[in-house]
Design a protein around this ligand. Structure first.
Ligand code: MN
Length: 736
């Protein structure tokens, strides 16, 4: 049986909470301020009387808690505290905005109006989400207190989310991660941001959250021991330097550990920086910088720093006011340890954002800034360009999610996409089948082309048809990996089907002109029409690009072409080029067949003849030639391997000649294979024939290869000589 609620006890509790609120107000608070807060409290108590939260608590607990966050964690003024107390009054009771204005003043009315407008972010019907967010942002320019109180409201709602149904927890949790935590971050409210993130994770990925929390707990003892081992020598040295300090070893937030695991694809155990050491110095204002660097110097006397991970936000503080010196050093046991060095003043600013600025202004220790200044700064930061909400949102997004945009489904669900995503990316993001069948999209009610680039705040509706299939041209404007892969694999399937048809067509056509359908003819066709694979060949036949006339032409030329090749093969090597110089090697040929193609040199690395180079097929400018050591080479080669063309410098005055090499050596398993590997893979030499005889553990072989010049031949010979077991390599002059 539930026990009866003790109203008297509850009222005492309300008063206790109210007094705690007053205690957490700024010490400079005036009697007028106190009167204002008292009045707001009384009105709020009356408005919410007899109302309870889902948890069963009196409703008034909530506005008091929000006001407490506003006062203590954010450090706002009495007006803000009063507004926090009143923030749900108009929304949830008989009181109107006019009543508020009558009881207080127009300014408070305006703030409450803003808060009422954006409240019920998730309670309202679907599809109002986008509109609501827009409203919220527009309100910022009115009075930024609205946003700050809203953040406090959200934090308390997150702290008490347990009593909500699962579905709501999920929804409110993801909103918090998408909108409120980044907002708190931008405003420099670090502890609020961290708490919002952890709570957001707790309700969006409860299993993951619990798992990390459990593991953090299990490793706590070892971590504390390690921190002690790390800090012991530091404490001693810092004391010797007469530095006044305290050292904290703080575990990183569950959210940030989760982020690391996700981004780097690692397990909990592999996250090396699960905690950070923080050294907080008690310094005079004008000694802050030297003290911090002296501390840095002491640390690096004991532990080797990682030069890539030094961050100096003391010389240049972050835009939101964050100041600190970060370094990562190699601690005992070969573990990287992050150390944050800062003064007490910096630490408070880092944790509380403005609240600390305010405090230091009051004590005269910190001169710059006051509440109004700061609010103006944020207003600047989140500047509203007149009336265009979308532009404003774009601007806002730039600050918050520099690489992401967030758009809405017709139902008002939020989707995050990389910047530059098109409407088609959105369709694929929702479902791959929806993407594949995507016929068109509506953005904010207007029909737009599939290639349309989306902006934050867009509401996107996909129009689909089962008859629609992915097109090759789609690849030109999708940016997400999911869309690209789905389109490619669908095209590949399509290509295979067409190629199968093409193969049958080709078979009939060849039969018609009395040519057999066999590997040799297929290879000849591939070479003649310059295809890369038989699939490409069959596909072009399938779609009719390679037609009857062309195949007949091939058949006609086939004989003379074949003879031409034969001629080339049996031509005697030129022996006059013995003393030729490198400058003749000024022409590039591409691919294993050493085709002559048009090309130009890239500007980024300006290759010269003789450089080790490769060709890169560009969309607009044909083949661009880069040096192998070009700064862009690795990126191009790894991302666009299929567009890379092997290239070779040739002497354009000489033609390729075949050379017979006589190779002798001691036979062993895999030797022949190794030689041919070196020739065809490493040196890209065309091997015409190989003839090897082995007996009594020795082997004797002839290899016929195609080379352009003597220098290259020398390189080939030298490489073969290096193979284990080879005793001699000689060029053999054929007699005929
Ligand atoms: Mn509320």
């Amino acid at each position: 049986m539930k026990s009866e609620i003790d109203i008297e006890e509850e009222n005492k509790d309300i008063v206790r909470r109210y007094k705690a609120l007053l205690r957490s107000c700024n010490s400079e608070i005036t009697r007028e301020d106190k009167k204002l807060i008292r009045k707001a409290f009384n009105l709020s108590v009356d408005a919410h009387k007899n109302v309870r939260r889902k948890s069963g608590e009196p409703y008034i607990f909530h506005p008091i808690a929000v006001a407490q966050i506003v006062a203590k964690d954010i450090g706002l003024d009495a007006t803000s505290i009063a507004c926090a107390l009143l923030h749900d009054v108009v929304e949830d009771s008989e009181y109107t905005l006019n009543d508020i204005e009558k009881a207080f003043n127009p300014k408070i009315r305006k703030i409450i109006n803003g808060l009422t407008k954006i409240s019920g972010f998730s309670e309202q019907d679907i599809s109002s989400q986008a509109e609501n967010f827009r409203k919220m942002l527009l309100t910022i320019s009115d009075d930024v207190r609205v946003i700050l109180i809203k953040l406090a409201d959200r934090l308390h709602n997150m702290q008490t989310l347990d009593s909500m149904p699962r579905l709501k927890q999920q929804k409110i949790g993801s909103e918090t991660l998408y909108i409120y935590a980044p907002l708190a971050h931008r405003l420099g409210l670090y502890s609020i941001k961290t708490e919002l993130e952890d709570l957001g994770l707790k309700y969006t990925e409860p299993e993951m959250y619990k798992d990390i929390a459990r593991q953090l707990n299990e490793t706590k003892k070892a971590r504390i021991q390690y921190i002690q081992r790390f800090t012991k020598p530091l404490k001693k040295s810092l004391k010797e330097h007469n530095l006044n300090f305290s050292i904290k070893g703080r575990p990183k937030s569950i959210f940030s550990i989760r982020k690391k695991m996700k981004n780097q694809g690692i397990t909990f155990d592999q996250v090396y920086d699960k905690f950070a050491i923080r050294i907080i110095l008690n310094s005079e204002l004008n000694n802050e910088k030297p003290d911090c660097w002296e501390t840095y110097s002491v640390i690096t006397d004991h532990f080797r720093p990682n030069p890539d991970r030094l961050r100096d936000w003391i010389s240049t503080p972050k835009a939101n006011g964050y100041e600190s010196l970060h370094t990562t050093v190699m601690g005992p046991g070969g573990k990287w340890v992050e150390v944050q060095i800062r003064t007490e003043r910096m630490d408070e600013i880092a944790e509380k954002g403005y609240a600390a600025h305010w405090k230091y202004k009051q004590t005269g220790k910190y001169k710059e800034g006051n509440l109004e200044d700061w609010i103006n700064q944020i207003r600047e930061l989140l500047k509203d360009p007149e009336s265009n909400a979308i532009d404003f949102l774009e601007e806002f997004k730039l600050n918050l999610f520099s690489k992401e945009i967030f758009v809405f489904t017709p139902n008002g669900d939020l989707r995050t996409l990389p910047k530059g995503s098109s409407a088609l990316d959105f369709a694929f993001d929702i479902h791959s089948q929806l993407g594949a069948n995507c016929l068109g999209c509506k953005v904010n009610g207007k029909i737009i082309p599939l290639s349309h680039k989306l902006k934050s705040g867009d509401q996107v509706e996909v129009i689909s048809s089962e008859k629609q299939k992915p097109k090759k041209s789609w690849l030109n404007f999708v940016v997400t990996a999911k869309a690209k892969n789905k389109i490619k694999s669908s095209l590949k399937d399509e290509k295979k089907m067409i190629a199968n048809d093409g193969k049958e067509i080709l078979q009939r056509k060849l039969k018609h002109i009395k040519l057999p359908f066999n590997d040799q003819i297929i290879t000849e066709l591939i070479n003649y029409f310059k295809y890369k694979t038989s699939l490409d060949l069959f596909y072009d036949v399938g779609i009719g690009v390679l037609n009857n006339t062309m195949i007949k032409e091939f058949a006609k030329n086939r004989n003379s072409w074949y003879l031409f090749l034969k001629n080339k093969i049996y031509k005697r090597p030129s022996t006059k080029n013995d003393d030729h110089d490198n400058t003749k090697y000024n022409t590039l040929v591409f691919g294993a067949n050493q085709e002559k193609l048009n090309y130009s040199f890239s500007k980024c690395c300006s290759p010269i003849p003789g450089d080790d180079v490769f060709g890169f097929t560009t969309i607009r400018e044909g083949i661009k030639v880069h040096r192998r050591d070009c700064p862009n080479a690795i990126r191009l080669q790894s991302n666009f391997a299929y567009r890379i063309l092997e290239s070779t410098w040739i002497d354009n005055t000489s033609k390729k000649s075949d050379v017979v090499l006589h190779i002798k050596g001691i036979d062993r398993v895999g030797l022949v294979n190794e030689v041919t590997q070196i020739l065809s893979n490493n040196l890209k030499v065309n091997i015409k024939s190989i003839n090897i005889n082995s007996s009594d553990g020795t082997f004797d072989g002839m290899i016929t290869i195609l080379v352009t010049d003597k220098q290259y031949l020398k390189k080939v010979i030298d490489s073969i000589k290096k193979v284990d077991g080879i005793t001699s390599v000689r060029r053999k002059f054929k007699s005929g």
